[in-house]
Write a protein that binds this ligand. Structure first.
Ligand code: FES
Length: 125
């Protein structure tokens, strides 16, 4: 679980992009406090949903759409609903959800990366 911000900093219905910082590990080393990626948080009451900001098509970074009521990938014009469902464009699936929890007023996520370019969602180890 990685802490990504305070619940009180999020407003319902206004998604916010946050960086995910944690330890990067490989077979031989651990690098502390690396930026691992970014996620979109969306507050719903006292709960928060999180979705990876990596586009499932080819891995570009997903932004809020111009209407701020959808998400859009600038690379090949995929569009997603605020709930992450794929609505248009070449993305083979919706945005990838991440597990969240609230601990002492902070939002924590179970950060994962997912295989891109596939219809099925597959978490990478
Ligand atoms: Fe997002 Fe192609 S990488 S639409």
């Amino acid at each position: 679980w990685l802490r990504v911000g305070r619940l009180s900093d999020l407003r319902p219905g206004e998604p916010r992009r946050v960086s995910v910082v944690g330890d990067q590990r490989d077979a031989f080393t651990i690098t502390r406090d690396e930026v691992l990626g970014s996620v979109w948080l969306n507050r719903e009451g006292e709960n928060v949903t999180a979705m990876s900001a990596v586009c499932p098509h080819l891995g570009c970074s997903i932004d809020l759409g111009p209407d701020r009521k959808s998400f859009a990938c600038p690379c090949h014009a995929s569009r997603f609903g605020l709930n992450g469902d794929a609505e248009a464009g070449p993305s083979p699936r919706g945005m990838d959800p991440l597990e969240t929890r609230i601990v002492d007023g902070f939002v924590e996520i179970a950060f994962k990366r997912f295989r891109i370019g596939t219809t099925d969602r597959e978490a990478l180890s």
